[in-house]
Design a protein around this ligand. Structure first.
Ligand code: ATP
Length: 301
């Protein structure tokens, strides 16, 4: 299993169509070009151009729109090791120094390898979800007025571009509130590439529906009458995560049609041998699953 250098290698077997990401092809291509392309430059090109690899990007937008999905898939495409994922509120700790220690640990493997191998080190991707919870404007009292937020920001800055800067890391910050993030973190050399991931449009929703019903179709448990295009029209304002919830709900409606209340104990494979998820199940599910957040692009038009 070949390890990628900080100058990385794109796995040739990786195609966007197979990544299970609906909609976001333009965003994916742009993130790749802006944040990762320099890592697959031929040796010496980055030096020749006099540029440094991007060490941090910020993905922002409503919850459940595929930010984590994109970050993980890019990591896989570059054959990077499994990204470390951390959640803002998880980092915060009321004990003095513990939050900084949590951040330090996050970078420890990358640091160790960088010391040993320098720019030959593998690429380490760190996904920082809910970044706003710890990286609010300094002095704003993030971290429950303990000042913990400030030192977490300082710690991140020192890993990104401080004295002990690392060339083998890519920090992917995520937030629903870009406006809350400390500006110092968003400057060049830090989380310098900013990309908005919005709610999917109708085309994106159709793709996401297709992705989340793949198994159903492969296993022949989706009714012939299911019209994904119509469902895509009916799911305005749904995030990808909510569409995935809709598919789950439709499945439970289908299952419900096959059992009689009170007979749960008697359910076996035979009862559900003919079960199919029909269009009506999705329509029933639409009464149950509603979008929680945000305004879709079409509504803004
Ligand atoms: P949060 O801001 O809440 O962390 P997020 O934007 O990182 O959310 P993900 O964790 O990537 O969202 O999405 C949650 C799940 O929703 C995914 O694992 C996937 O099943 C589904 N999903 C979201 N967006 C998409 C998409 N564009 N295509 C396919 N599935 C999606």
């Amino acid at each position: 299993n070949r390890r990628p250098a900080a100058n990385s290698v794109v796995r040739p077997d990786f195609k966007f169509e197979n990544m299970g990401i609906g909609g976001l092809d333009t965003e994916f291509a742009a993130i790749f070009r802006r944040a990762f392309a320099s890592r697959i430059f031929p040796p010496g090109l980055a030096d020749k151009l006099g540029i440094q690899h991007v060490r941090g990007i910020l993905l922002y937008g409503p919850p459940g729109t595929g930010k984590t999905l994109i970050a993980r898939q890019i990591g896989k495409m570059l054959n990077a090791r499994e990204p470390k994922v951390i959640n803002g509120p998880e980092v915060l700790n009321k004990y003095v120094g513990q939050s900084e220690e949590n951040i330090r640990k996050l970078f420890a493997d990358a640091e160790k390898e960088y010391k040993e191998k320098g720019d030959e080190s593998g690429l380490h991707i760190i996904i920082f979800d809910e970044l706003d919870a710890v990286c609010k404007q300094r002095g704003s009292g993030a971290g429950g007025g303990t000042g913990v937020g400030d030192s977490v920001v300082n710690q991140l800055l020192s890993k990104l571009d401080g004295v002990d800067q690392l060339n083998n890391i890519l920090l992917i910050g995520m937030t629903n509130r870009k406006d809350m993030i400390d500006e110092a973190l968003l400057r060049s050399g830090r989380l310098e590439v900013h990309m908005e991931i919005s709610l999917p449009d109708e085309h994106g929703r159709a793709q996401i529906l297709k992705i989340h019903t793949t198994k159903m179709r492969e296993n022949n448990v989706m009714g012939d009458d299911v019209n994904l295009q119509e469902l895509a029209q009916l799911t305005r304002n749904f995030s990808g995560a909510e569409i995935s919830g809709l598919v789950k709900s439709a499945s439970s409606f289908a299952f419900n049609r096959h059992i009689k209340v009170g007979t749960l104990a008697a359910i076996d494979d035979k009862n559900i041998a003919n079960m199919k998820v029909m269009h009506q199940d999705f329509l029933d599910a639409l009464n149950e699953v509603q979008p929680l957040f945000g305004v879709s692009e079409e509504e803004l038009d």
